[in-house]
Design a protein around this ligand. Structure first.
Ligand code: ATP
Length: 649
């Protein structure tokens, strides 16, 4: 509409006037994305909007970048990169309901009642606001204001912070019109629900930026030309690669606008201090399958697969050390003991200035010089650990080096990267070791090595290409050049999956008073939706069920989230209660089957009646609290595993 398209303006310190993007315009886009479930249409909608933002600042690249960065972060419901602290939204229900009550003048009890009925704070906010009559009309909200306010709120701590946060929220709510309150509250809660995941945001950005470059060129030369399909694909590839090396929208957007998106990778190389998205492995079921993968005499190597927590260790030029998790979160505070080990490592070789190491951090019995099971590691405190309180010792097993003294090693072979790792670092007994490795193609030798890895308290083996481009380190990729062989596969149980708990079934008999089973879902990385995959009731002890009841009760909802896809017409797929999709279960499974009741992968399969994939004989292993919903096993992976299974039969 005219109203929302017109730009608000603000006079800067230098006296020049800068246009501002109305928050209402972004909300229009959110509404469009929420209403549409087609992936291509959503991609087109988002990239059109990004292009509109860029074009409205076509004479001022700085402003174009700043505004595009803000709308991008608001769209992924974050305020900065994952690895920077205090940028998390996800405010609790209590504070949000309180803010709504004070700003609308309705009673907290009424608001709470509505919330339990609707299960969506955004909808309650919208309906409460529209009932309210306003004496005078405040100035409309801008994207810049909302972004900065959210950032202030996320950074506030301390005793008086709650009142301050409510103050800022109220002020914004007073200025909200139409659906603005709905999305503002959802953003604050950290649950935007617009069916648009990070992967899609990157594609939409690349398309908008390449189209913007083209638009400027046409304007400059006055010659009309068509944008090449090849350039669109290349822009997509450049942004994907760059983001996996520097997962920071701000850097990616600024560098694309400065140097051109087709040159982005050259300007987004690895940096110590910025976590790289880790390379991932594909599951295999047998040693013969591995030999088939590496059939053309390509060299490969086997390493122990340690069972702990992935740790990416960064030493920066200024001597600062950081440890990042599998999800690129800063977990330096969790491992003060590792920092000491790294300092010691540094002192053993004065040549070392900076590095990035890919490692597994494992619980360790120092007296017996032995690895301890993962369960022991998980008893360590996760936040603000004080060195004097540490009971469980750890040992770091390094298996890769991604950067050394400022030089990126990603495009070197694994053989060369290993030479850097082993040549520049020294092991420290019980504290820092290199992953045990063995290079052989002999099926018996590999079998013996696998058995030995289990005896040494590992999960199995990792098998990796050793030479040439296939052995390059590919950030964020689940690659055929890294295979994992867990002992469980050999027992015929199959690979484990990490699935999202979306619903619960009220327990009966012995399980009265707790949930007796759960409905699980896989994550569709293209749409951001969660697709139902199976019901699970096996593998739970009574203690665990009690613990799960405490964990999940506060997450109960009366209605499923809009992002949850399930077969609503089928009572077998209807749980008794729905949950806020936040908790992940690691699950083992016998095999996969298609089903009229479950939805995993249905968008990729195109089977009649929207059949999806389901799991046979799923069994609970553990809660995966080191993964977010976005890191759950993806629907695409499920389809791939299903198809692999079919081809094996
Ligand atoms: P999983 O549930 O099997 O840990 P994942 O999804 O976390 O799976 P995968 O890529 O499937 O990750 O398996 C590789 C994981 O194994 C790595 O993330 C790392 O934490 C761990 N690991 C242990 N030893 C090694 C090793 N030698 N090389 C690579 N990764 C290793």
């Amino acid at each position: 509409s005219e109203k929302t398209k017109s730009k608000d303006s603000k006079t800067s310190a230098t006296g020049t006037t800068t246009k501002q993007i109305p928050y209402a315009r972004l909300v229009e886009v959110f509404n469009e994305l929420e209403a549409e479930s087609g992936r291509l249409k959503n991609l087109a909608c988002a990239s059109r909007f990004f292009l509109e933002v860029l074009k409205s600042y076509k004479d001022d690249k700085e402003q174009a970048a700043t505004n595009l960065i803000q709308v991008t972060y608001l769209m992924v419901n974050r305020l900065g990169p994952d690895y920077e602290p205090d940028l998390e939204l996800g405010l609790g229900e209590t504070i949000l309901l309180k803010a709504l009550a004070t700003s609308t003048g309705r009673s907290l009890a009424d608001i709470r009642k509505d919330f339990h009925k609707q299960g969506d704070i955004g909808i309650v906010a919208k309906s409460s606001r529209s009932r309210q009559s306003i004496m005078f009309k405040p100035k409309p909200l801008t994207v810049d204001q909302v972004f900065k306010n959210l950032k202030d709120i996320a950074g506030m701590t301390g005793s008086s912070s709650q009142a301050k946060k409510i103050g800022i929220i109220n002020k914004m709510l007073t200025s909200c019109e139409g659906d603005e309150a709905k999305f503002l509250m959802r953003s604050l809660e950290g649950k935007l629900r617009i069916n648009f995941g990070q992967k899609s945001v990157l594609i939409a950005l690349s398309k908008a930026i390449i189209e913007f470059e083209h638009f400027l060129k046409v304007e400059e030369t006055g010659k009309k030309r068509k944008l090449k399909e090849g350039d669109i694909a290349e822009a997509d590839e450049q942004i994907r690669l760059s983001f996996s090396q520097i997962p920071n929208y701000e850097i990616i957007i600024r560098k694309s606008l400065e140097f051109g998106i087709l040159q982005l990778v050259d300007h987004c190389g690895l940096q110590s201090g910025v976590p790289v998205k880790p390379m991932l492995a594909k599951p295999t079921k047998s040693i013969t399958e591995i030999l088939d993968q590496f059939d053309d005499n390509r060299e490969f190597t086997c390493e122990y697969k340690y069972d702990g927590e992935r740790a990416q260790v960064h030493l920066m030029d200024d001597g600062l050390l950081k440890i990042y998790s599998r999800n690129s979160e800063d977990m330096t505070g969790r491992y003060p003991d590792l920092i000491d080990v790294m300092e010691e490592l540094k002192s053993l070789n004065p040549e070392i200035k900076s590095f990035i190491l890919d490692c597994e951090c494992v619980a360790y019995d120092v007296d017996k010089d032995k690895i301890l099971p993962f369960q022991v590691l998980s008893t360590r405190k996760r936040k603000d650990v004080k060195e004097e309180d540490i009971k469980v010792r750890i040992c770091l097993f390094a298996f890769d080096m991604l950067l050394f003294n400022g030089e990126s090693l990603l495009r070197k072979s694994l053989k060369e990267r290993r030479e850097f790792l082993h040549g520049n670092l020294k092991t420290i007994k019980t504290k820092f070791q290199f992953a045990t490795k063995m290079d052989s193609r002999d099926i018996n030798e590999i079998d013996l090595f696998l058995t030995q890895s289990i005896k040494d308290s590992c999960e199995g083996l990792m098998i990796k290409a050793l030479n040439g481009p296939p052995s390059h380190y590919e950030p964020s990729k689940r690659s055929n050049n890294w295979l994992k062989l867990k002992k469980d596969y050999l027992e015929g149980i199959g690979d484990s999956l990490d699935l999202i708990v979306i619903g619960g079934y009220i327990g009966k008999g012995k399980r009265t008073g707790t949930y007796g089973g759960f409905l699980l879902g896989s994550y569709n990385q293209d749409t951001g939706e969660i697709e139902s995959i199976c019901k699970i009731g096996t593998g739970f002890s009574d203690e665990l069920l009690a613990q799960l009841a405490t964990l999940l009760k506060p997450k109960e909802l009366t209605k499923p989230k809009a992002s949850v896809i399930y077969s609503s017409g089928n009572s077998a797929a209807q749980p008794d209660v729905w949950f806020e999709p936040e908790v992940l279960f690691e699950v083992k499974v016998a095999d996969f089957t298609t089903s009229p009741v479950y939805k995993a992968g249905y968008r990729y399969l195109e089977l009649s009646g929207d059949r999806g994939i389901s799991l046979r004989f799923p069994r609970f292993i553990q809660i995966r609290d080191d993964k977010d919903v976005e890191d759950a096993t993806s629907s695409e992976q499920i389809v791939e595993m299903y198809q692999n299974q079919a081809s094996l039969q």
